[in-house]
Write a protein that binds this ligand. Structure first.
Ligand code: SAH
Length: 467
């Protein structure tokens, strides 16, 4: 992001516009929505500018802008249709450290003006850093259609009631009240009786909240999927918007965390394979503590919460404390990896069984039914297998697995920085060493990515022909 969006308070501040033609009029339509003192300089003013001047909405001066005109200005817009004159005015402003916008000149501007959806005091600003004005226009049109005209008055009325709202418990209850006001009862009241109706709706909501008892907390175990935010379920997305607090694994991607409510507290209760980690009891205690305080806790786990996520233990801790909970499934790493590889996890004639196993357990490297895994055609997704690779290979070869058994290493499945390395059981440790993988890795035993698969098949056919 090159341009950081902010809302600048222009009450009592001066904004200077250099130029009085069409380009200036377009900017002025936006600027006149603000409380700024607007001064326009330039000959041959458009009729609109003259009438705004007559109405007292702005001041217009026929001459060109001069150094002295910029004293204490908050912003300068250069809109004179004359690049040389715009450059002159911009230089004057820059000497005074006044931010400059040169109309239609992204490079020459210190700031840009977004497309605006105006429901004062609610304002939506849309920017594309100059890359796609059409997109900005379409987004604006969509939002204009979606946001009811009553949004502005509802927000202003809400503001007046802020202090009364302080008596409603913060968090879920208060948010539910506002959401009911803004999206249901407020608009209904406003449609019926205008501002009076909206005020009454809010008053009765506050009365109801005052007499209601505090709802108990809730813990939602939510699958965050392998990393790509698009792979979240709708329910997961909605819960992230509602959460009071998000307790997440270290593996949950930052893009997914971005979707959590801005002011939700975030706790990284990380368990990384080998680094420092939180003891399970501390995580359990944290969940119980916040839920007891009436909070909605989203316990966000990478992939699916029920796959190597210690879900049962956390649920048992909540049950023991009498706290309600729910589970929202997610896409597990193996499913994400298979999608990236473009192959299926089961296949007629090859494997009618899929194993999901971990390279490590509480005891260290995990033991499995190696004989079954070593059989030709067997397919397994091996989680937490990076460090256990040499051990896994040793056990499988010992039980008779072919050294050429296909194996795919998938790092950062579903994410933009994913890496897919096709190798064999024999080559696994070397392939891992060479790849220097820092992200989470799932080992897909018995399958190859589609492109490598056709190559392997071709090689095999070529060998047969040679024989
Ligand atoms: N509940 C998770 C698994 C947690 S255990 C799930 O269902 O996916 C952590 C292990 O998951 C990691 O060591 C790695 O083996 C695997 N993993 C998680 N996210 C991954 C990703 N994006 N790409 C590859 N492997 C991943």
């Amino acid at each position: 992001m090159q341009h950081f969006p902010i809302f600048l308070c222009l009450t009592g501040r001066r904004v200077v516009v250099s130029g009085a033609g069409q380009a200036a009029v377009a900017k002025l339509r936006l600027l006149l929505k603000t409380d700024a003192e607007v001064t326009v300089f330039g000959p041959d003013p458009e009729p609109d500018i003259l009438s705004w001047h007559r109405e007292g909405a702005l001041r217009h001066d026929e001459r060109r802008v001069d150094a002295g005109d910029l004293d204490c200005a908050a912003l300068l817009y250069c809109a004179s249709d004359d690049p040389a004159d715009d450059a002159r005015a911009a230089a004057l402003a820059r000497r005074r450290r006044i931010p400059v916008n040169v109309v239609d000149d992204l490079e020459g501007s210190d700031f840009i003006t977004p497309a605006i959806v105006d429901r004062d005091p609610v304002t939506v600003a849309i920017g594309t850093e100059g890359t796609a004005p059409v997109l900005a226009r379409n987004l604006k049109a969509t939002l204009e259609a979606q946001l009811p005209a009553s949004l502005g008055p509802l927000a202003r009325i809400g503001q007046a009631f802020r202090s009364r709202c302080e008596s409603v418990p913060a968090g879920r209850t208060r948010r539910a009240l506002w959401s009911e006001y803004f999206f249901r009862r407020g608009p209904r009241g406003y449609a019926r009786e205008g501002e009076k109706g909206a005020r009454e709706a809010l008053r009765s909501l506050l009365d109801e909240a005052a007499s209601a008892t505090r709802p108990p907390g809730l813990v939602s175990f939510v699958g965050a999927g392998p990393g790509a935010p698009e792979l979240l379920t709708l329910k997961a997305r909605n819960l992230l918007h509602e959460a009071d607090i998000v307790v997440h694994d270290r593996l949950v991607s930052s893009q997914v965390l971005e979707l959590a409510r801005r002011d939700a507290e975030r706790v990284s209760a990380g368990k990384s394979g080998y680094g420092p980690s939180w003891p399970q009891a501390r995580i359990d205690a944290l969940l119980v503590h916040h839920a007891r305080a009436g909070k909605h806790v989203v316990r966000l786990k990478s992939g699916d919460p029920a796959v190597f996520g210690r879900l049962d233990e956390e649920i048992e801790a909540l049950e023991a404390a009498g706290i309600p909970w729910e589970v929202v499934p997610g896409i597990t790493a193996a499913a994400g990896a298979a999608a990236d590889m473009g192959v299926s996890l089961t296949r007629r004639g090859r494997n009618s069984e899929l194993r999901v196993l971990t390279g490590r357990d509480v005891e260290g490297f995990a033991e499995h039914d190696w004989a079954a895994l070593a059989r030709p055609g067997s397919v397994a997704a091996i989680y937490m297998g990076k460090r256990a690779a040499a051990f896994l290979r040793g056990r499988l070869l010992m039980r008779g697995a072919a050294p050429s058994t296909p194996l795919t290493i998938v790092e950062n499945a579903s994410r933009q920085d994913k890496r897919i390395v096709a190798t064999t059981l024999l080559g696994l440790p070397d392939a891992l060493d060479e790849a220097h993988l820092a992200g989470p890795v799932v080992l897909m035993l018995g399958i190859l990515p589609r492109d490598a698969m056709s190559k392997a098949e071709t090689d095999c056919a070529a060998q047969q022909e040679a024989v």
